[in-house]
Ligand binder design. Structure first.
Ligand SMILES: O=C(O)CCC(=O)C(=O)O
Length: 286
């Protein structure tokens, strides 16, 4: 298992992350890490956690499944999040001295699943305040261009906090924050709706990459993104998204009346920097 990224991180990649809000890094994880993450994904499917969602499911068995915050009970995810090169990569991209595990998110689309992810920003959903927070999106299967996650380049500088869209195919469903009575209506009505990017793609500078296992995306909490899915029969897509916080971030579970994921089970004190056993250091290695 490679302890350092398989290929070096170039300064151009760091610049791209800062400028665009997302960067695609090639060949950073070896097959052993990928096999471990796949074993974790399959375990997660067999043993879903309390936050598991089926975002879409049709009559012929196409399923888009997501689960979050399982690394403390799925040892394969714990290894990848805490011990793989992911933490080092995240810290470098965030220009942070530290990268702490925030949580894991597993996106599992079975063969031929078309369901896409709505355009959204991550940060409004998250119980975190601060700039240094990012995701490392690690596909465990090849990603054709038509199934790539897409990004609005530079949307990090829009300085916007968009309304939290539902990920459920029927537009309903229950994110954790929706279970706080009145929270969504009270706190979200004031937020702008995400622009209708699909109707006017020519207005946006969109970025997306065909990817191989071992490659990863790193993206900021405020970059607008969506897509993926759109799989042809015979192709499935499993992704482990490892989220990290860096220097200067604090835990804020009550933001916008509730967040997703809801990490209150950690007992972490609101307003506190991320630390302790529920948010372990992934970089520097202890
Ligand atoms: O993989 C996907 O479809 C969604 C990923 C995503 O939106 C995220 O990781 O924030």
């Amino acid at each position: 298992m490679n302890q350092e990224p398989l290929t070096p991180i170039a300064e151009d990649d760091v610049d791209a992350f800062r400028r665009d809000g997302v960067v695609c890094l090639r060949r950073k994880f070896d097959e052993d890490w990928l096999e471990l993450a796949r074993a974790g994904a399959e375990r997660n499917m067999r043993e879903p956690g309390p936050y598991a969602h089926t975002y879409a499911k049709d009559d012929v068995g196409h399923v888009f499944f997501n689960d979050v915050a399982n690394w403390e009970r799925i040892p394969e995810f714990e290894r990848v999040l805490v011990h793989s090169p992911a933490g080092r990569i995240a810290a470098r991209m965030m220009a942070s001295h530290t990268a702490r595990v925030f949580y894991d998110s597993m996106f599992y689309r079975t063969s031929g699943t078309r369901a896409r992810t709505p355009w959204h920003q991550d940060q409004p959903y998250w119980c975190v305040e601060g700039q240094a927070v990012c995701s490392l999106w690690l596909p465990l299967d090849p990603v054709p261009r038509a199934s790539a996650l897409e990004f609005v380049r530079g949307s990090t500088v829009w300085n916007a906090t968009f309304h939290r869209e539902s990920f459920f195919a029927d537009g309903a469903g229950t994110h954790a924050f929706e279970s706080a009575p009145g929270a969504r209506a009270r706190d979200e009505a004031a937020l702008d709706r995400i622009p209708d990017i699909d109707s006017h793609p020519e207005r946006y500078d969109l970025l997306a990459w065909e990817m191989e296992p071992g490659d990863c995306l790193v993206f900021s909490g405020t970059v607008v993104h969506g897509g993926s899915g759109n799989l042809t029969e015979g192709r499935r897509l499993r992704v482990l998204a490892a989220r990290y916080t860096g220097d200067g971030t604090v835990y804020c579970p009550d933001k916008l009346g509730g967040t997703d994921p809801d990490l209150r089970h950690t007992g972490h004190e609101p307003g506190r920097p991320f630390d302790g056993p529920h948010f372990p250091l992934a970089w520097p290695r202890s």
